[in-house]
Write a protein that binds this ligand. Structure first.
Ligand SMILES: Nc1nc2c(c(=O)[nH]1)N[C@H]1C(S)=C(S)[C@@H](COP(=O)(O)O)O[C@H]1N2
Ligand SMILES: [Mo]
Length: 316
């Protein structure tokens, strides 16, 4: 049984991480600072140290899996990232993604609009590792050790105004870099959105890494979302813009086919996709199928978000 702590990550790091990792991390940090000093970089050390020493981040033990972690080699070679092609083998094409400079625009209904460099953003948050399940609407699933920070920490930085009701996320648009974006019939850039309440939910996670390392390009470097209770298409990759708005954002897939891919897109085995069943899912890297769970097994964290919303199409 899962014991709920209000802030699970607020337990001392030595308890959250097994001792081995904790001690290694300490040693690593000390070594890194020594190296920085040796190179005469002490003035710039806080930023350098932070950016260089974030991996591996301590694991938050609050989020547990019911299945093995998907093999890293499988996960980095089977991806949905339509910017680089409308099939799963986009990993090599995605190496064209240019990661620096990487700026994130925060705009709309906020106290003060701003543009943050990715490194500046990293310096303002603390990273943790979480084991999350991921359920694609196409009925395959994976389990990933993500590294990142809660989306709520980004809300603290962005300081949305009281009129903000939704957060809208946008991916880059550059057809010269991402050949899939030459397919002009798709509504680029990729967009996704959540309500403010969903954004503030503890499960909503901004991902900067996986498998104890910075995120590989094909998985949505340098910054993507993970919303483990929703179908995978909501977990937008390679984010460049985060806007606060009073209008419900229309996602990339919703724009293409609203009858199949809705705004809420909460996982539910009992509501079939118009073209296939959602009752079971295939675990990536095997032929094994397991039963899909409502809210992908995260109902304990998120079901209350949807109370009294029975009139909405919550599960597509
Ligand atoms: N920008 C962008 N984000 C995206 C997608 C995409 O095509 N473009 N595909 C989505 C879908 S359908 C899924 S299942 C996941 C896949 O993530 P993965 O490749 O890391 O497994 O990314 C989501 N985020
Ligand atoms: Mo997906």
């Amino acid at each position: 049984m899962l014991i709920r702590r209000k802030y699970g990550w607020e337990i001392p790091e030595a308890l959250a991480t097994d001792e081995d990792v904790f001690l290694n991390r300490r040693r690593f940090m000390t070594a890194g600072l020594g190296l920085a000093a040796g190179l005469g970089l002490v003035a710039g050390a806080p930023r350098l140290a932070r950016a260089a020493l974030t991996y591996p981040a301590p694991r938050n033990p609050r989020y547990v899996l019911d299945r093995p972690i998907t093999d890293e080699a499988v996960n980095t070679s089977y991806n949905n990232f339509y910017e680089f092609g409308s099939h799963k083998r986009i990993a090599s094409a995605a190496q064209k993604l240019k990661l620096s400079p990487w700026n994130i625009r925060i705009d709309g209904l906020v106290e003060k609009e701003m543009t943050l460099g990715f490194e500046d953003l990293l310096a303002r948050v603390s990273l943790e590792e979480r084991l999350y399940r991921h359920r694609c609407v196409e009925a395959w699933a994976m389990a990933v050790p993500w590294t990142g920070f809660p989306l709520s920490a980004l809300l603290d930085i962005a300081r949305p105004l009281s009129g903000a009701r939704f957060v809208r996320f946008e991916t880059f648009k550059d057809p010269s870099m991402a050949s899939g974006q030459k397919q002009f019939w798709y509504p680029w850039p990729y967009v996704e959105g959540v309500t403010m309440a969903e954004a503030a939910n503890e499960l909503a996670f901004m991902v900067t890494g996986a498998y104890g390392k910075p995120l590989p390009k094909q998985m949505g470097a340098p910054l993507r979302l993970a919303l483990p209770w929703k179908y995978g298409f909501k977990s937008i990759k390679s984010i460049t813009r985060i806007s606060f708005t009073d209008k419900r954002p229309v996602g990339f897939w919703e724009k293409i086919q609203a009858s199949e891919y809705g705004f809420w897109a909460n996982v539910n085995p009992e509501v079939p996709h118009p073209r296939w069943s959602q009752a079971t899912e295939r675990l990536l890297g095997s032929d094994k199928r397991v039963k899909t769970k409502i809210y992908n097994g995260y109902g304990e964290f998120v079901a209350s978000l949807y109370q009294g919303m029975e009139g909405e199409i919550l599960f597509r």
